[in-house]
Design a protein around this ligand. Structure first.
Ligand SMILES: Cc1ncc(COP(=O)(O)O)c(C=O)c1O
Length: 389
């Protein structure tokens, strides 16, 4: 049997990983500034994480959601305390798309409405409602296109109100900092205005923190900088440090009823053990503060780079926007300097999404490599007389 070929793959086979490093089968060591797509939060193979999962699997790894699972209760309490979202209720699932799918479904149940507002350049996952709220027609099948979604320019409150006024919108879904879209973030005034409009027209505000949550921006959630109170917060990636787990935090105004949502695997014992270890390490190693400190250092260093248009993002959800397409640069970073980085919808943006344990000396390694490649690039342009871009 062959694999269904949907991923463009780099010819690298990781077999081992430790903290911020990944090793391939030939023993080559790569600096991981991509975190497996913003997933690795507390570092690869953290000993507390390995112990927590190993101990749990030796006791009980899984049982269905028809029995008591005290680990889910412990996870809700620990997560509430560290995120300062104690009043919210927790529903657990297995991925980011599933978190958003449940968030949208819950908004529709709660309001009795069905239209969704999303934003240009958004990404919310590949399940039915989540993909319909994703601004990428290439991944929306005719089946998904049946959902009613209106896409609005990020920051455009006037158009949001025009769409809400018809009173048929169940939810506005938004990434506070866009991930694959290219790290754009609007103003506090916009997010607060959005929150007010949602309340005025009885629509739920869903903030998609799948990528930005769990400390990546230096705050537990990215929305917290803007002082808003979302109705639903979706989470995944950093939540399990690689173990598949997602979830939504649900405002106390939204009442649960038996059978409203459900899942077989969501919130299983192993997933809870993984996420509890993540929360413990985030707190004990002060990783949110580290994200802020290393981010400040990164932004300072970036000032000296040539060909740079802007540094985007916050904490360790960062992007370097150059004045050229970065795909060749990214390949050189991987194959010549052994550094993993990420790409974005904007082909000029290099994304930096490292484990939150990253240190300043790792950032130095990146900038040394970038300086060399940018120098080579400008030499090449001078030789050939090529115009930039
Ligand atoms: C902001 C955002 N939402 C949702 C998703 C979907 O998550 P998953 O791939 O776990 O379904 C992603 C994944 O990249 C994401 O970045």
């Amino acid at each position: 049997m062959s694999l269904f070929n949907v991923y463009p793959l780099f010819d690298i086979t990781p077999v081992k990983a430790k903290d911020v490093y990944v090793f391939d089968e030939k023993g080559t060591k790569y600096l991981d500034l991509y975190g497996g797509h913003a997933v690795i939060s507390i570092g690869h193979s953290h000993p507390e994480y390995v112990n927590s999962i190993s101990e749990q699997v030796s006791k009980i790894g899984f049982y269905s959601n028809s029995i008591q699972n005290p680990l889910q209760v412990k996870l809700a309490l620990t997560l509430g305390k560290l995120s300062k979202c104690e009043a919210y209720q927790l529903f657990l699932c297995n991925s980011g798309a599933e978190a958003n799918e449940n968030a949208l479904k819950l908004a529709s149940f709660h309001t009795g409405k069905k239209k969704v507002i999303a934003f240009k350049n958004s990404f919310h996952g590949r399940t039915s409602a989540a993909v319909a709220a994703t601004d990428n027609p290439k991944i929306i099948a005719p089946l998904n296109a049946q959902q009613e979604v209106e896409f609005i320019e990020l920051g455009d409150l006037v158009s949001v109100e025009k769409a809400l006024v018809k009173n048929d919108v169940c939810a506005v879904i938004i990434e506070i900092i866009q991930g694959i879209g290219g790290l754009d973030e609007s103003t506090t005034e916009f997010y607060q205005g959005l929150s007010k409009l949602c309340k005025k027209y009885n629509s739920l505000l869903i903030v998609d923190e799948v990528q930005s949550g769990f400390g990546r921006t230096g705050d537990f959630f990215a929305f917290q900088k803007h002082n808003i109170t979302p109705d639903i917060i979706s989470m995944a990636k950093g939540m399990g440090n690689g173990f598949p787990i997602g979830g939504i935090l649900i405002h106390p105004n939204i009442e649960a009823s038996l059978g409203l949502l459900g899942t077989t695997f969501g919130g299983n014992h192993l997933a809870c053990a993984a996420s509890l270890a993540v929360l413990n390490v985030l707190e004990s190693e002060n990783l949110m503060q580290n994200a802020k400190d290393v981010s400040r250092y990164f932004k300072e260093k970036a000032k000296s780079l040539s060909n740079l248009k802007s540094v985007k993002g916050r904490g360790l959800m960062l992007g370097l926007e150059f004045d050229f397409n970065v795909s060749e640069l990214r390949k050189k970073l991987i194959f010549e300097h052994h550094i993993f980085t990420g790409s974005a919808k904007n082909p000029d943006v290099l994304r930096i999404l490292p484990p939150l344990t990253i240190q300043k000396h790792h950032i130095d390694v990146l900038f040394k490599a970038l300086e060399k490649e940018l120098l080579d690039l400008s030499g090449f342009k001078n030789l050939t007389g090529l115009k930039e871009n």
